[in-house]
Design a binder for this molecule. Structure first.
Ligand SMILES: *[C@@H]1O[C@H](CO)[C@@H](O)[C@H](O)[C@H]1NC(C)=O
Length: 120
């Protein structure tokens, strides 16, 4: 009888708790307030130069469109949309993910770098 009560309470309460704590715990992103700040520019330039080096490309960084960050155990996870020029092609937006580990000679890691689908 006791166990049934416990189970009944769990069945009732667990969905309430998970529904009441929506994305707050998982989605604690802070928006980038000022995309002109040197920190974001440096991060974006790092992403472009890393990508160029690994992919043997010659993309040219233009600007940071927007971004957000999230604190993780391994450092600050930075997600940016950046505007990039590829030769004579029109500028295009790219999604980049960078981690700032804060320490060491190479604190930044490029996690991903991909062209944003058009009209997205
Ligand atoms: C954004 O940052 C740039 C570079 O640090 C600065 O010149 C500019 O005044 C800032 N803009 C705002 C609205 O704070």
């Amino acid at each position: 009888m006791r166990l049934q009560w416990v189970l009944a309470v769990l069945v009732l309460v667990v969905p309430l708790v998970t529904a009441a704590a929506p994305d707050v715990a998982l989605e604690t992103w802070d928006p980038v307030q000022n995309t002109s700040e040197p920190y974001w520019i440096n991060t974006a330039e790092f992403a472009v130069s890393s990508y160029n080096k690994h992919e043997k490309k010659n993309l040219v960084f233009e600007s940071v469109v927007k971004g957000k960050t999230r604190y993780e155990v391994t450092g600050l996870y930075i997600v940016l949309v950046i505007k990039v020029k590829d030769g004579s092609l029109p500028s295009a937006n790219y999604d980049v993910g960078v981690r700032d580990k804060y320490a060491g000679p190479n604190p930044l890691d490029l996690i991903y770098f991909r062209r944003r689908p058009k009209f997205w």
